[in-house]
Design a protein around this ligand. Structure first.
Ligand SMILES: *Cc1c(COP(=O)(O)O)cnc(C)c1O
Length: 463
């Protein structure tokens, strides 16, 4: 219980599945398909390849550390979500998980929509040609400039997060002679994390307008009165890295209850509901994520059932997966610098990156896997902790993992499932330049976000 910075944080570290890292895996050279990108395998020399390119070649060409992203896997996952939800629903990829222009183009081509939550994300989306009407703007404190840009560009929806914002967006839209499509984000009193959820009356967090105490109903009342707004629906996002669908069930029940109250009070049936993102992925072999088609089926059934019970037309559903699309598609490739056994404890393996390229372990006590990828090994397993090169003892990438006992400087190791919330949360701590994002597909690699250089860092420092 050291920190509680995030809903999926350490408060719930005690609910990890049993047997987690209690013993080394049977085969340290095996690559669990659950945690690795789809095209990852070992070649006849034992070197890991992805998209038909081996990691030694990748390290040589692009250096380490590097995020290596499997394009066909990304497209396949995006398509699976799109197909699972079909034509009567919308899938908005949550850009905060990882956004670049290449990603925007893939999403566009695969028929997905896009969530952004800052001017920078909006600029990236627009510059890569995502049609504005397929973009949603989120955030609990959008600046007036961000709101104005979004409305001018013609974004498909703005998700309103507070009473002030209802008025602010209405005012800006009206002054531009526009009527902006909006949803109101409400908090339904569901805290969902990995393997459990808690249904409460209130939620103690910064996002959304509480359903409790009639606040959400009041927000709807105000939004319906303002000429600058076209209220199209209600939005709810209940957490992250969720495996248990019952949290969504409670959330949908409460959102539909509000839709019914709106119909009864105003005679209006809002046409859309957004159930947010937060679907879990496998970071380790202990995680068992659901397939998009199972999630789509479950969510659609829940909403349909709740609406039938409330005698409402079933609204158009949208969802916002970020991690579940990009998370599994990338791994971080590191070179081992030092191997330091601490007798009776564990072996510290230092890599050439760390908390600047993956803050999730330090921030949320996140779990990761790791494997030796430049060769296979028959050495007995050693309990290892993979740490970075930063001046901070909390600079941990993988807290507990088994690696081969003959691991040595110069070996390449990779941490899978780093596609989401790693590059997008990367920092320049210790003036370490941020790693590139290298895309592999069909036997070739290309850089989509280049490595930062010391020159880049110095350019910002104007003396
Ligand atoms: C973060 C976020 C998401 C995406 O969450 P994932 O865990 O990446 O699926 C979706 N919607 C909203 C509103 C969010 O804040």
């Amino acid at each position: 219980m050291s920190r509680s910075a995030h809903p999926a944080g350490p408060r719930h570290a005690d609910v990890l599945p049993e047997g987690h890292y209690s013993a080394p895996p049977a085969d340290l050279n095996a690559l669990d398909a659950k945690v690795w990108a789809q095209t990852v395998s070992r070649d006849e020399h034992g070197v890991v390849t992805v998209g038909g390119v081996d990691v030694k070649a990748l390290a040589e060409e692009h250096g380490t550390p590097a995020y290596v992203l499997d394009e066909s896997d990304f497209r396949a996952r995006a398509r699976a979500w799109r197909t699972a939800f079909g034509a009567d629903a919308d899938v908005f990829y949550a850009g905060k998980a990882f956004l670049s222009r290449a990603v925007v183009r893939w999403l566009h081509e695969e028929g997905l929509n896009l969530d952004v939550c800052s001017g920078g994300e909006l600029a990236t989306a627009l510059s890569a040609g995502m049609p504005a009407d397929r973009i949603a703007l989120h955030g609990n404190n959008k600046s007036t400039q961000e709101i104005e840009r979004a409305i001018r560009a013609g974004v498909g929806r703005i998700v309103l997060d507070s009473f002030q914002e209802i008025v602010r967006v209405a005012h800006i839209a009206q002054s531009l002679g526009k009527r902006q499509r909006v949803q109101i984000r409400i908090t339904v009193g569901v805290e969902a994390h990995t393997h459990e959820f808690i249904a409460t009356a209130h939620e103690d967090q910064k996002f959304g307008i509480p359903l409790a105490g009639g606040q959400a109903a009041e927000a709807v009342r105000r939004a319906l009165k303002l000429d600058g707004l076209e209220l199209i629906g209600i939005h709810s996002h209940i957490g992250s890295q969720i495996f248990d669908m019952s949290g969504f069930e409670v959330a949908a029940h409460r959102v539909v209850g509000l839709l019914k109250a709106i119909r009864d009070e105003h005679g209006v049936e809002l046409p859309e509901i957004d159930l947010g993102g937060g679907l879990g992925i496998a970071y380790t072999s202990a995680d068992d994520p659901r397939e998009p088609h199972e999630i789509a089926k479950a969510l659609t059934e829940i909403v349909t059932r709740e609406c039938e019970a409330a005698r409402l037309r079933t609204p158009r559903i949208s969802v916002e997966p970020g991690r579940a699309i990009v998370g599994p598609t990338a791994f971080t490739l590191y070179e081992v610098g030092t191997v330091k056994p601490l007798d009776g404890l564990r072996t510290y393996v230092s890599v050439d990156g760390g908390m600047s390229d993956n803050i999730r372990t330090a921030l949320y006590d996140a779990e990761y896997s790791v494997a030796l990828v430049s060769r296979t090994s028959d050495a007995p397993p050693m309990l290892a902790r993979v740490v970075g090169k930063h001046c901070e003892s909390g600079d941990i990438v993988v807290k507990d993992a088994f690696l081969p006992g003959d691991l040595a400087p110069g070996d390449l190791i990779a941490v899978p499932a780093t596609g989401a919330y790693c590059r997008s949360m990367a920092s320049n701590y210790n003036h370490v330049p941020r790693p590139p994002v290298v895309v592999v597909a069909d036997g070739a690699s290309r850089v989509i976000v280049r490595r930062e250089t010391e020159e880049d860092l110095l350019r910002l420092d104007v003396g």
